[in-house]
Design a protein around this ligand. Structure first.
Ligand code: IPM
Ligand code: MG
Length: 360
C-alpha cells in the first residue's frame, strides 16, 4: 500500500521552499520507487484565513492518518495582532502535541563548502556535527496555568508554568542516549538545575536513565554555559538533550555555526517514530514572496523523513549527496553566499538539487 505524506506549506516563505522540497520528494519517489502519495493542506495563518483557526480538526485528522507530515513554516505580521490562543504558532504547537511528537532532532552539521559562511572562524567549526535533541511537547510551551492576571494594586501580571514529569524526562533522555549511542557516544544534558526545580528533577532522571547506557559518556551543563560553549568550542558536543525552551534557543544558536538557519532540517518523532519534518527556521515574512529563501533546510527535512519514518537510507543519502554536489558547484542562496560563489534564488537552488539527484 502506498505511504501517505501530508504536506503543510504554511505561511511566509513556507510555500516557496515547500515547492522545491516537493520537487525533490517527487523525483526521489520515482527514482527509488518509494510509492508515496502526497496530499496538501493548510496550517497557521493560511488555516486562520480559511477556517478561522490555525489547525482545523480535519487537518489534524489527516495528519494523524498520514504516515508522515512535511511542514514549511507558520506565522506572519498579518496574524500578529489576533488573540493569543488562535495565533498561527498555536497550530504548530497543537499538531506537535496532538501527534505526541515529543522527540525533536535538530542536527547542526557544517557542510565543508560553507565554512566561510559561518559566523565563527573556519577552524572552530570545521567538521562540526552536533545533534540537538529537544523535548517538544512539554515544559513552558504547554504548562498550565498561564495567562495574565490582575494584581491587587491593579497592575497586570503575566505568568507561564514550566512543568516536567518524570516520564516526560525519561522518554526524551532515552532519545538522547539512543542517538548518542549510534554517533559519538557523548551526551550532554543541558538544564538550569542551579535555579529551576524542573531542571533539578530533569538532572536526577537523566542520571537514572544513564545507568542503562554505560557505553555513553554523560555530562551536564547549565544552559547559560552551554550557550557560551557553543560559540567558544562547539566541537566538544556530540548530542545535546534539553528541554523545549532551551532547545528552541540553542538550536537557533547552533544553526549559525553551520552558516545559516536556512540549512537546518528537523525531525519530530513520536514513540513509534512516526514523524513530522520541518526546517528549523521560521516563515521569514521579510523575504516572503521574493523567491530568495533557502530551500535546503526543507529539502534536507525530506531526507530526514526518508531516513527516520521510512528507513529509506539510500534515498535519504542520495538527497544529502545532491545538496552537497550543488554546494560544490558554488551555488548559494543569499543567506549562505560568500564572495566567489554564484547567488541563486529559491527555485534555481531547488532545480539544481533536482538535477544533481537525477544524475546520481
Ligand atoms: C521552532 C519555532 C517554533 C518554536 C515557533 C514558531 C512556535 O521557533 O520550531 O523552533 O518555538 O518551537
Ligand atoms: Mg525556534
Amino acid at each position: 500500500m502506498s505511504k501517505q505524506i501530508l504536506i503543510l506549506p504554511g505561511d511566509g516563505i513556507g510555500p516557496e521552499i515547500m515547492t522545491e522540497a516537493v520537487k525533490v520528494l517527487e523525483l526521489a519517489n520515482d527514482k527509488f520507487a518509494l510509492d508515496f502519495e502526497l496530499s496538501f493542506d493548510v496550517i497557521g495563518g493560511a488555516a486562520i484565513d480559511k477556517h478561522g483557526v490555525p489547525l482545523a480538526d480535519e487537518t489534524l485528522a489527516r495528519a494523524r492518518a498520514a504516515d508522515a507530515v512535511l511542514l514549511g513554516a507558520v506565522g506572519g505580521p498579518k496574524w500578529d495582532t489576533i488573540e493569543r490562543d488562535i495565533r498561527p504558532e498555536r497550530g504548530l504547537l497543537k499538531i506537535r502535541a496532538q501527534l505526541g511528537l515529543f522527540g525533536n532532532l535538530r542536527p547542526a552539521i557544517l557542510y565543508p563548502q560553507l565554512a566561510e559562511a559561518s559566523s565563527l572562524k573556519a577552524e572552530i567549526v570545521a567538521g562540526l556535527d552536533i545533534l540537538i535533541v529537544r523535548e517538544l511537547t512539554g515544559g513552558i510551551y504547554f504548562g498550565a496555568p498561564r495567562g495574565v492576571r490582575e494584581l491587587e494594586n491593579g497592575e497586570r501580571q503575566a505568568y507561564d508554568t514550566l512543568p516536567y514529569s518524570e516520564s516526560e524526562i525519561r522518554r526524551i533522555a532515552r532519545v538522547g542516549f539512543d542517538m548518542a549511542r549510534v554517533r559519538g557516544k557523548k551526551l550532554c544534558s543541558v538544564d538550569k538545575a542551579n535555579v529551576l526545580a524542573s531542571s533539578q528533577l530533569w538532572r536526577e532522571i537523566v542520571e537514572q536513565v544513564a545507568k542503562d547506557y554505560p557505553d555513553v559518556e554523560l555530562s551536564h551543563m547549565y544552559v547559560d554555559n552551554a550557550a557560551m560553549q557553543l560559540v567558544r568550542a562547539p566541537k566538544q558536543f556530540d548530542v545535546i538533550v534539553t528541554d523545549n525552551l532551551f532547545g528552541d534557543i540553542l538550536s537557533d544558536e547552533a544553526s549559525m555555526l553551520t552558516g545559516s538557519i536556512g540549512m537546518l532540517p528537523s525531525a519530530s518523532l513520536d514513540a513509534n517514530n512516526k514523524g513530522m519534518y520541518e526546517p528549523c527556521h521560521g516563515s521569514a515574512p521579510d523575504i516572503a514572496g521574493k523567491g530568495i529563501a533557502n530551500p535546503l533546510a526543507t529539502i534536507l527535512s525530506v531526507s530526514m523523513m526518508l531516513r527516520y519514518s521510512f528507513n529509506q537510507l539510500v534515498a535519504a543519502d542520495a538527497i544529502e549527496k545532491a545538496v552537497s554536489l550543488v554546494l560544490d558547484q558554488g551555488l548559494r542562496t543569499g543567506d549562505i553566499w560568500s564572495s566567489g560563489c554564484a547567488k541563486v534564488g529559491t527555485q534555481e537552488m531547488g532545480d539544481a538539487v533536482v538535477a544533481a539527484l537525477r544524475n546520481l
